[in-house]
Design a protein around this ligand. Structure first.
Ligand code: NIG
Ligand code: FE
Length: 414
């Protein structure tokens, strides 16, 4: 019987990233992919394609198809910039010194509070578009530059509005526990009361966040304070993510794993026990080489141990005005290999399968397989190794969101 489908892509090699298929990329050479209702309905060798009546056929011209890229950790909605702080750090001041002197995150908090909703939205758009042009089809966006009820809501609403007006999936995270706002100086526990009693309940009521994040560090919040935020998030049924062990070893990752967090992010300073705890709880590691590079850090996350323990390793931009003003997930793939020792296949898994896992979305995306979303990118390359190897010139030939063409080199977005 002839099966109808909306889209059929033929004459492609598929880097499925499906771990149940052989090879690091789960590659299916000379493949065909059928999509209907936004989901992949068939994927396999072209020679085995059942009799199909497609509404649209795309000839992949022997190029490679990957899952749509997932940037699982960004702070791309913010006001202002921190170019002067960049110059100060180049002059020898550390990230912590700048933060303790009232700069750093708090400088962006001032600019974000001062920006109108419209200004915030307009400033974020080119950052989002830069990611999308590289094949990002799902992006996470955090708040955390408001640190008061109105501005946290303003940031999250801007993120939701970006989703309404751009062909990309946006996942939002409330990071109200990012830094101590100046009006709470010396009263961190009272600020945590505000986060737990007012900000998170309001965010939840308006359904503005899909998860809750926190910065557990000496320049931010203690393990005990973060644990209170976790309790509150769990009462609101929101999953957890933690900025953990970025600058020092604090116990944040053990806390995150014990709470069943989706991910622990940064984790340069984790211990062997932390790795075991993450493996046990299924907490993904989110590696952020752009922040490591920008802050000129020297301690790398223990990739060998994470790999040996089977902890999923996601890679993300951490796009933000302080520690990583770099809107390129492809560059992070290259940095993940060159700075952290990932293989090119691990880098691609880091921005697809593992990144979806870090967002709790591994049942719907991050892999090319029947039943999952038709978010896919067609790349003009000979081998998927090129994605981590080349930066700048290798651009998507075509980007599909739920089976609909939304961008790419030769295509007008529609
Ligand atoms: O992930 N570590 C904390 N938060 C961000 C940086 C925020 C900033 O410097 O504005 C990060 O690196
Ligand atoms: Fe971050």
């Amino acid at each position: 019987m002839t099966e109808r489908c909306e889209l059929l892509i033929t004459n492609v090699h598929a880097a499925t990233m499906d771990p149940s298929l052989p090879g690091a990329y789960g590659a299916v050479e000379d493949a065909a992919v059928a999509v209907t209702g936004g989901r992949i309905v068939w994927l396999g060798p072209r020679a085995e394609l059942p009799d199909t009546a497609p509404d649209e056929v795309v000839d992949g011209e022997g190029q490679w198809l990957t899952p749509g890229l997932v940037d699982c950790h960004t702070h791309l909605v913010y006001g202002g910039h921190r170019a002067s702080e960049f110059a100060r750090r180049l002059g020898g001041e550390s990230y912590e010194e700048v933060a303790r002197a009232g700069g750093g995150i708090l400088s962006t908090v001032r600019a974000t509070r001062a920006a109108s909703a419209e200004q915030l939205y307009r400033a974020a758009e080119p950052r989002l578009r830069a990611l999308m042009a590289e094949g990002v089809t799902t992006v996470e966006i955090k708040s955390g530059y408001g640190l008061d009820l109105d501005t946290e809501l303003k940031q999250l609403r801007a993120a939701r509005r970006l989703a309404q007006h751009h062909p990309v999936n946006v996942v939002t995270t409330c990071l109200a526990a990012h830094a101590l706002p100046p009006e709470y100086d010396g009263r961190a526990d009272e600020y945590i009361d505000l986060v737990c009693e007012e900000i998170l309940p309001a965010v939840s009521k308006e359904q503005l966040a899909d998860a809750v994040d926190m910065f557990c560090e000496s320049i931010a919040f203690s393990v005990d304070q973060c644990r209170r935020v976790i309790d509150c998030a769990q009462k609101l049924d929101l999953p957890i993510k933690v900025h953990a062990e970025q600058l020092s070893s604090s116990g944040a990752t053990a806390m995150a794993a014990a709470a069943g967090a989706l991910s622990a992010d940064h984790i340069e300073y984790i211990t062997e026990m932390d790795v075991a705890a993450m493996a046990e709880s299924g907490t993904a590691a989110v590696l952020l080489p752009g922040a490591f590079y920008t802050l000129r850090e020297t301690r790398v996350p223990p990739v060998d141990r994470l790999r040996a323990a089977g902890v999923p390793m996601a890679l993300s931009t951490d796009l933000n005005p302080g520690s990583c003003p770099i809107a390129s997930l492809r560059l992070m793939m290259n940095m993940g290999c060159n700075l952290f020792g990932l293989t090119p296949a691990e880098a691609l898994a880091g921005v697809t399968r593992a990144a979806a896992r870090a967002l709790g979305l591994c049942c719907s995306r991050g892999v090319l397989r029947a039943g999952l979303r038709g978010d896919m990118v067609l790349w003009p390359m000979d081998t998927p190794d090129q994605l981590a190897y080349e930066v700048g010139a290798l651009k998507p030939a075509r980007i599909f969101l739920a089976g609909r063409t939304v961008g790419g080199r030769d295509v007008t977005a529609g």
